[in-house]
Design a protein around this ligand. Structure first.
Ligand code: SF4
Length: 358
């Protein structure tokens, strides 16, 4: 008896094709070019997640697309709502990996915090995602999908569309450069979401080479650096990446970025009790900030399960901020949201028991 093994064909995600490539595909099939535009519109503008949804596309064309391509859309696995209205969503990817994204409401804003990688290889000591390790980079449609789903949540729960997007979820966006920039291109395209680049912030640990690349690409979105310590000695203790991207090289890259883009840089600084919250630390930070136009966001730390670091007390936070202000620098205190559902900064992947599939 002959037994036929089931052959799984791996179909390409059609959203990885450009409009020109879809046009070429349709031309080879003898289809009119406007059909390619219609399909592209369904995929990106109307965010269709299946070929069946494309109501003005003929059955024959839908069958052709179905036979040859997939739409590897992400789907919502679970959502958790915080008492402060923050919503954390675990998204399931086509390969069953899970990533997280967060809708963060504030007085006049609705911000999506999105992921760029499945896990993260950089192992920052204060971060729950860093403890997972890395499985793979997200493809740009998977990044785009997170924004579309979170935008829908914003419309349904807050009654407003997203006002801001931050790449501050799982992963280091500059280690997935091409797909992150392509996702931003789709989000800001006037023909797709038309999101303003000035309302998008890419947050990075500071990969020097890639910051220079951003500058050469003259990006129009904002750049935030997860600084967290202003001396190499201290920074290397909590962020291993610092060993190959020293602060003096980071300063060079940020000066270069500013010279090319004229965009003021944001420095994110977690205050960790007894580690980086003294007046001497504030002085080091003020010195570092003198090198280029910037503002500082002090972020409240949200302890993760290992309990090595904890948040600074209110008195130390106040003294630290007062010192920086006395140097005429711009500094804001950012209160974390979604702590009760582990959606706050550095906590992603903590409560969903996420395991990576390599
Ligand atoms: S802080 Fe960012 S770069 Fe560092 S381990 Fe966490 S996700 Fe990775």
């Amino acid at each position: 008896m002959i037994i036929f093994a089931k052959v799984e064909t791996i179909k390409k995600d059609i959203r990885l094709l450009s409009l020109e490539e879809i046009k070429e595909l349709f031309a080879n099939k003898g289809e009119a070019a406007y059909r390619a535009n219609q399909v592209f519109d369904w995929l990106w503008k109307k965010h269709a997640l299946s070929f069946e949804q494309m109501s003005n596309i003929s059955l024959g064309t839908k069958n052709f697309l179905n036979d040859n391509f997939d739409i590897k859309a992400i789907s919502i696995q679970t959502t958790q709502k915080s008492i402060d209205k923050t919503i954390k969503t675990a998204f399931r990817l086509f390969d069953d990996n899970i990533i997280e994204g967060v809708l963060i409401p504030s007085e006049d804003r609705a911000t999506a915090c999105i992921s760029s990688q499945v896990g993260c290889a950089l192992a920052c000591k204060f971060c729950a995602t860093g403890k997972l390790g890395w499985a793979r980079n997200l493809e740009y449609p998977e990044i785009f999908d997170q924004v579309m789903f979170i935008n829908q949540q914003s419309l349904e729960t807050l009654g407003i569309p997203l006002s801001n997007i931050v790449f501050m979820g799982m992963g280091e966006p500059l280690l997935n450069y091409n797909h992150v920039l392509k996702a931003i291109e789709m989000l800001t395209s006037p023909n797709i979401l038309n999101f303003s680049p000035s309302r998008i912030t890419l947050s990075t640990v500071g990969i020097v080479k890639m910051i220079k690349q951003l500058a050469d690409d003259k990006v129009k979105f904002n750049l935030a650096i997860l600084l967290h310590a202003a001396t190499d000695k201290k920074r290397s203790l909590i962020m291993p990446i610092n060993e190959h991207n020293s602060l003096s090289n980071l300063i060079d890259a940020l000066q270069y970025f500013y010279s090319k883009t004229k965009t003021r840089i944001t420095l994110e600084y977690l205050l960790l009790d007894g580690f980086n919250d003294s007046i001497d630390d504030a002085r080091d930070l003020a010195m570092f900030c003198k090198n280029f136009p910037c503002k500082i966001n002090i972020i409240e730390y949200n302890a993760i399960d290992d309990g090595i670091y904890k948040n600074s007390n209110a008195e130390k936070v106040k003294a630290f901020i007062a010192f920086i202000e006395s140097k005429n620098m711009i500094i804001n205190l950012r209160k974390s949201k979604g702590k009760d559902i582990a959606a706050a900064c550095g906590q992603l992947a903590r409560k969903n028991n996420i395991k990576l599939i390599n």
